[in-house]
Design a protein around this ligand. Structure first.
Ligand code: ZN
Length: 74
């Protein structure tokens, strides 16, 4: 059984996250919160976060609350 780290996508195990299409921002889940590791032209408050690999939407609030990456609607 493959163990996926709490800072990775729960679905595919990938460790980087994108924000909503049209924005260019790359996130990693570090020390219990999403850190922006790269961003360009961000001008929006409520960003949605997606796994860069499988495209699953991540629940930012819930992830921060639980200290691990949580998928939305699961
Ligand atoms: Zn994924």
């Amino acid at each position: 059984m493959k163990r996926i780290g709490k800072n990775k996508c729960p679905k595919c195990g990938f460790g980087s996250f994108d924000t909503e299409p049209n924005q260019y921002q790359i996130l990693e889940f570090i020390d219990g919160k999403f850190e922006k590791i790269k961003m360009e032209g961000i001008n929006k408050k409520d960003l949605r976060i997606f796994c860069r690999d499988c495209g699953s939407e991540i629940d930012e609030q819930e992830s921060i609350l639980q200290g691990k990456v949580i998928l939305k609607n699961e």
